[in-house]
Each structure stands twice: as C-alpha cells, then as structure tokens.
Write a protein that binds this ligand. Structure first.
Ligand code: 6PG
Length: 239
C-alpha cells in the first residue's frame, strides 16, 4: 500500500473529484472576508473550474471576496492556448464576478522572465505578507512528479530566497514562472488534484520522497484528491 503525506480523498472519476474539491473550496471560502487562492494549469483543474462556475456551486460563493493568484505560468501571452491564465479565465473567471483588480496573473509574456518572477515575488509579499500565506493553493502532479513548474533536476527546486522564480519544463512551452517551495509550504491549505492511471509512478515517487512533489509539505493542511484510476494503479486508499 502506498502512503501519501496528508489526507487522501478518492473519487470515482475526474468529474467527481472536481465536485468534491469544489465543495471543499466553497466551505473554505465561506467564512473568509478575503479568500486568497492560487491555481495551477493542466487538464485536471479544468473540471474543477467548470464545476465552480456551474449552477451547482456558483451561487454559493461570494466572488467579490476572492483574490486569485497563480502557482505557475507558461512563457506565452495571456490569450495563448497554452496560457494558464487563459484556462482559468475561460473556464471560471469569465463566468463569475471576481473583480479584475483581484486577479493576479504571472506575466508569462514578459521579455525578461526573471524580472517578471521577481515582480510576482514582491506582489505575493505585498498582498499576503511575509511569508505569503495563501488560504488555499491548488496544485497538480505531472507524470514525472513535477508540481507547479518545479521540474526534476531544475534550479527552481532549491530556490529559497524568493517566493516565485523562473522554471524550466521538459515539454513545451519550456520556459515558466513558478511559485517556489517556501511559498507552497507557507499555505494554509494545499490541495493536489491528480487524475489518471499514468500518474501512478509519480504518486509512488511522492510516497518514496524521490520526486519534486514530495517536497510539498505545508505547515497547514495537505489534501490529495485522486480519481479511482490514479489511486487504484498506485495502490492508494482514501483516508
Ligand atoms: C502546468 C501546471 C502543472 C500541472 C501538472 C499536471 O502549468 O502545467 O501547473 O504543474 O498541474 O503538469 O497537469 P495535468 O493536470 O494536466 O496532468
């Protein structure tokens, strides 16, 4: 049996996983005057964003209290099909009423990505304090065990003097901006969404401490949302 750190929630299919995570987000945001959330890209969160924007959940959230940040961004303009901002915009933000001034995207289109990462680091600190304490951080898990844009063997993994830095992926778009582990681990709640049997080796790597995502060890609550295929293949039971 593979054991992950934190709490494990197993749902049958990706849409069920999204509904479970959406219900938890509604609950977490309900009592907050200001709710700071950071989102990731990838295919798994799309279901979650769509669930939040659906009639089942949309009316249960006070969107005016949300402050939206990004765990990572690809080095493309915000209207590019590979942009994480575009994904979140199209699936969620265009359908709900978070004020524009409360959506803080990473400038993936910047000519100088180091400067854009440094600017995001400063923004995190000015919006959320030192260390920046997100109410909720949503992460994904790559098949190679990366999370956010913290890829195996890259220098971004060891950056401990900035809240955001430049990342380097092993698939296109290669250049990234990413939150660092000090930011991830300062969050009050971290939820990792993982769907598909192909994620099983990465999940086993997390359990064994051999992949970047094993370094997600927040001071606050850590919850894994797995679909049945990922959990079954990796030999993980819900807790
Ligand atoms: C990105 C992500 C990345 C993602 C994982 C999992 O911009 O690509 O933030 O870390 O969460 O690669 O992606 P999937 O959910 O598509 O498998």
């Amino acid at each position: 049996m593979t054991a992950l750190p934190g709490t494990v929630h197993v749902a049958a299919a990706p849409v069920d996983l999204a509904a479970a995570a959406a219900a938890r987000i509604v609950e977490l945001s309900r009592d907050r005057e200001r709710f700071s959330i950071a989102v990731s890209g990838g295919s798994t969160p799309r279901f979650l964003f769509e669930a939040l924007a659906s009639s089942a959940f949309r009316g249960a959230v006070d969107w005016g209290r949300w402050h939206v940040f990004f765990a990572d961004e690809r080095a493309v303009p915000p209207d590019d099909e590979n942009s994480n901002y575009r994904l979140v915009h199209d699936a969620l933000l265009s359908r709900v009423s978070v004020p524009d001034a409360q959506v803080h995207r990473m400038r993936g289109e910047a000519a100088d990505l180091d400067a854009a990462a440094a600017a995001y680091s400063s923004l995190l600190e000015s919006e959320l304090g030192t260390p920046p304490r997100l109410d909720l951080l949503l992460l994904g898990l790559g098949t190679n065990g990366h999370t956010a844009s913290l890829f195996p063997g890259t220098r971004a993994l060891d950056v401990d003097d900035a809240w955001a830095t430049r990342g380097r992926a092993d698939y296109q778009p290669y250049d990234r901006i990413t939150m660092t582990f000090p930011t991830i681990n300062a969050a009050t709640h971290v939820a990792v969404l993982v769907a598909g049997a192909d994620k099983a080796p990465a999940l086993r790597g997390v359990a064994a401490g051999t992949v970047p995502a094993a370094r997600v060890r927040p001071k606050g609550e850590l919850t894994w949302y797995l679909d049945g295929a990922a959990a079954g293949e990796a030999g993980i039971a819900g807790s």
